[in-house]
Design a protein around this ligand. Structure first.
Ligand SMILES: *[C@@H]1O[C@H](CO)[C@@H](O)[C@H](O)[C@H]1NC(C)=O
Ligand SMILES: *[C@@H]1O[C@H](CO)[C@@H](O)[C@H](O)[C@H]1NC(C)=O
Length: 177
């Protein structure tokens, strides 16, 4: 139920910003970046059905000028809700910047090791490169659990990963159980 006002706020924000954008152009654009933070309970660097949302995880959005690396936007620390979801409102156009959402910290001591692959997500915050729309989706970001859950072996076998990683001689999930 708590999500209904948030959705209404999104719609309102998007409606208002679309109207303004129509009148004023890209520099007055408002973007809503949405994303999700999960706990990789199998320590495999991707989401499985055993992954769990992390409520209270902290992320940050930063944009840096692609040419001189100066900070062009920095959000406050953003905290995920009870579903592990967050949203960040950004005003302006960042065509000349690279914008990244990064994990800052996890509230769970047993799941606070940032994923190698999914600790940062690039988001595009301009309409000038052909991406339209105010809602921008970031890749899900994950922290890894300190010890993989016992059920992971079965889930990964079902997914066909288990044998694969054993054959290739890489660190297999079983070695962490
Ligand atoms: C952005 O909006 C303000 C009014 O809120 C206006 O004065 C300004 O000219 C607009 N900028 C652009 C680039 O259209
Ligand atoms: C980015 O840096 C370049 C080189 O310093 C500068 O010309 C440009 O205006 C900067 N853009 C923004 C949006 O700050």
């Amino acid at each position: 139920m708590a999500n209904i006002p948030i959705i209404a706020l999104f719609c309102f924000t998007i409606f208002v910003s679309s109207s303004l954008n129509f009148v004023y152009g890209a520099e007055n654009m408002t973007y809503v970046v949405v994303g999700h933070v999960y706990c990789d309970t199998c320590r495999v660097e991707f989401e499985t059905k055993l992954s769990e949302p992390i409520a209270g995880a902290v992320v940050k959005l930063e944009c840096r000028n692609r040419t001189d690396n100066h900070l062009t936007f920095q959000s406050q620390e953003i905290v995920t809700d009870e579903r592990g979801d967050y949203h960040i409102v950004v005003e302006g156009d960042y065509e000349e910047s690279d914008c990244d959402i990064a994990l800052v910290r996890s509230p769970n001591p047993d799941c606070s090791d940032p994923s190698e692959m999914w600790r940062i997500s690039r988001v595009v915050l301009t309409t000038l490169d052909g991406v339209s729309g105010e809602l921008r989706f970031a890749n899900n970001l994950g922290f890894k659990k300190d010890k993989a859950l016992p059920q992971c072996t079965r889930i990964l076998q079902e997914m066909g990963y288990y044998e694969l990683s054993q054959e290739s001689g890489e660190l297999s999930p079983s070695s962490e159980l």
